[in-house]
Design a protein around this ligand. Structure first.
Ligand SMILES: C[S@@+](CC[C@H](N)C(=O)[O-])C[C@H]1O[C@@H](n2cnc3c(N)ncnc32)[C@H](O)[C@@H]1O
Length: 258
């Protein structure tokens, strides 16, 4: 990162303030932090990411404002492909919400796309002097090794619950993962005592969160999708910066079946 003048710092603060919806709090240096809902640096240890990723290709699916993508670059990844939906309308919405959104004025829809899906990630990349992270606009379902190549690390943080068909999504992630690679996945956890593979249909919780799963359910889905060993399992409670939103979360690494 180049040394910033006071004028540069003020200009960066202005650009950050122009974006209305920041998902991640990201430290950009010089006392500047993006005003996100979630400070993922507090939870990083639960992901048990490799300390170094030198020479590796990483796929970050559902990158949002990019905390994890830029963290992978910081750890030395040769290339990070950050996947995000092209626009807000491209989520797996209910038909009712999709209709309501389509009825908004085009300027309002554009503003939502820029604020939630587009601009924050770009601002962070420029501020960090990023050179090895690029973004691809796609839904998880359309990711293929023909389009993107195969990856050493595939990451899916807190996004499978937004996907109506998580098994199909996991199939796509497996297809993009090298046989020597690993998938690192987290999702909203259904707390359950036993080892039953339970998935809870969350329906319209916060508009587009379809599923919560017990760890056993995710493990079983992963094995159905040609992953073998599951390791580095952990759980934590994700809180937003106000402490009002709390979400039990399960994380694990899955290795492709031989
Ligand atoms: C809750 S955020 C998680 C952000 C980040 N991965 C993390 O762990 O902090 C979920 C992200 O997944 C994206 N997303 C939702 N549905 C998707 C889909 N079908 N394909 C790709 N990305 C999707 C959303 O746009 C959003 O950026």
């Amino acid at each position: 990162m180049n040394t910033r003048t006071q004028q540069d710092i003020e200009a960066l603060r202005v650009r950050i303030a122009e974006v209305d919806a920041w998902y991640h709090c990201i430290d950009l240096g010089d006392g500047v932090e993006t005003p996100g809902h979630f400070r993922m640096s507090d939870y990083l240890a639960f992901y048990q990411l490799p300390e170094r990723l030198d020479g590796l290709r990483v796929l970050d699916v559902g990158a949002s404002t990019g905390f994890f993508s830029y963290e992978f670059e910081r750890r030395g990844a040769a290339e990070v492909v950050a996947v995000e939906l092209p626009g807000w309308a491209d989520h797996d919405w209910t038909p009712r919400y999709a209709r309501e959104h389509a009825e908004k004025a085009a300027t309002e829809r554009d503003k939502i796309d820029r604020d939630v899906m587009l601009d924050g990630f770009t601002i962070v990349g420029e501020a960090l002097g990023s050179t090895r992270v690029r973004r691809e606009f796609s839904t998880i379902y359309d990711l293929t090794p023909d389009k993107l190549g195969e990856f050493d690390v595939v990451f899916s943080g807190a996004m499978l619950m937004h996907v109506r068909d998580p098994v199909l999504g996991l199939h796509a992630l497996r297809a993009c993962c090298k046989s020597s690679g690993r998938l690192i996945v987290s999702l909203s956890m259904l707390e359950s005592d036993g080892d039953e593979p339970l998935a809870r249909f969350a329906g319209e919780w916060d508009q587009c969160n379809w599923w919560q799963m017990s760890p056993a359910a995710l493990r079983k889905m992963l094995t159905c999708c040609d992953f073998g060993r599951i390791e580095n399992e952990g759980t934590y409670t994700l809180e937003d910066v106000t402490g009002q939103f709390q979400d039990p979360t399960y994380v694990c690494h899955a290795l492709p079946r031989e």
